[in-house]
Design a protein around this ligand. Structure first.
Ligand SMILES: Nc1ncnc2c1ncn2[C@@H]1O[C@H](COP(=O)(O)OP(=O)(O)O)[C@@H](O)[C@H]1O
Ligand code: SF4
Ligand SMILES: [Mg+2]
Length: 339
């Protein structure tokens, strides 16, 4: 069997946001620093999917945007095809931009409301490729076929499309540019359950046909397990567990990963018994960086910490748990990993 190439490697990536105290603080208010991504490392093999899972606010989108240089990193290195890209000038990075694209969580992102689908795709095809008009039309027809969209939709404006169709156009647009690596940020959010499955199957199908590599971002561990080869679990800016999808889903070693499952289960039973009110869905785990922490960031919510009678090491400021190997390509950052 051929050894798969590493297409992406992220090394000690940090992204800190600095928030002022607002326009009326007259320079006296202190700045707040949010360590949205705090020393994250992982790699992705060609033609594989790495799932990035964690509650809202854990830093997943920030990881994706930093990799694509849509926002600047605070520090760290990112290797794409073996080449470090954070140190490249904008001009040096430009030719690589076509290789790596984002499918944004927002269904309308990147879809100019004043442009018909045809124009949107044309623009995307042309941005990095010199092509004659017949070649462009050919390319667009291929793209439509690849994302399973009827040719009649070419004449539509974005607002005339269903959510699932918008998502397909968004994916086609990323492919039109020529992407080999996609960051798919919650690509099923805002879609009906039946459509979610179609989008997931489409992404898998495209991966098989075109050899694509994905960073698949979702707060839903079930979804992530379905599409990913490996899974990284994020909590407050850090990866707390990393391993093969089946192991992370069915034999988690980190207490947080286990609680991700139970929160899914309780969320589901709640939804069955009482439909959640608008706005409340999806925020079952929103947290913020306001709470100060020392040692393990998960300690304030950790059931194992409670069961173990609050061991000092969990909150020792110099002992923040680091990822370590527990065998079978599995890593966990916890002083008392589950067995
Ligand atoms: N532009 C920004 N300025 C300040 N803080 C931000 C910005 N974008 C995200 N954050 C903060 O960074 C943290 C991680 O956000 P995000 O990457 O969007 O998480 P996720 O995608 O996992 O929900 C959150 O606390 C969020 O409020
Ligand atoms: S290090 Fe301690 S507090 Fe943190 S997850 Fe493990 S048991 Fe819980
Ligand atoms: Mg996000």
């Amino acid at each position: 069997m051929k050894m798969k190439k590493t297409i992406l490697e992220v090394v000690n990536l940090k992204k800190y946001y600095h928030q002022g105290r607002g326009p009326f603080s007259l320079g006296r208010g202190r700045q707040r620093t949010i360590p949205a991504v705090d020393d994250v490392s992982f790699y992705l093999k060609e033609n594989e999917t790495l799932g990035l899972v964690g509650e809202s606010g854990s830093g997943k989108t920030t990881v994706g945007k930093t990799i694509l240089r849509l926002i600047p990193a605070t520090s760290g290195e990112i290797f794409f095809d073996g080449k470090e890209i954070l140190s490249l000038s904008a001009g040096e990075f430009h030719p690589l931009r076509k290789d790596m694209q984002m499918v944004f969580q927002d269904l309308d992102a990147g879809l100019n409301p004043k442009m018909r689908v045809q124009a949107i795709l044309k623009e995307a095809v042309r941005v990095h490729h010199q092509m004659s008009s017949p070649e462009v039309d050919d390319r667009i027809r291929t793209l439509l076929e690849q994302v399973n969209l009827k040719e009649s939709k070419l004449g539509n404006f974005p607002h005339e499309l269903s959510g699932g169709e918008k998502r397909r156009v968004g994916i086609a647009r990323a492919l039109a540019v020529g992407a080999r690596f996609l960051v798919a940020d919650e690509p099923t959010s805002g879609l009906d359950v039946s459509i979610q499955a179609q989008v997931v199957n489409l992404l898998k199908d495209l991966q098989d046909r075109l050899g694509l590599s994905y960073l698949f971002i979702s707060h839903d561990l079930r979804m992530v397990e379905l599409v990913s080869h490996k899974v990284a679990v994020m909590y407050l800016g850090r990866i707390v567990e990393l391993g093969l999808a089946g192991h992370i889903a069915h034999a988690p070693r980190h207490p947080y990963t286990r609680s991700l499952w139970s929160s899914l289960v309780t969320k589901e039973s709640r939804e069955v018994s009482a439909p959640t009110s608008p706005g409340s869905s999806g925020d079952w785990g929103v947290f913020d960086f306001e709470r100060s922490f020392s040692g393990c960031r998960f300690a304030p919510r950790c059931p194992v910490y409670q069961e173990q009678a609050r061991p000092d090491i969990c909150t020792d400021p110099v002992s923040e748990p680091q990822l370590y190997d527990v065998g079978r390509a599995h890593k966990v950052a916890c002083h008392f990993p589950l067995s």
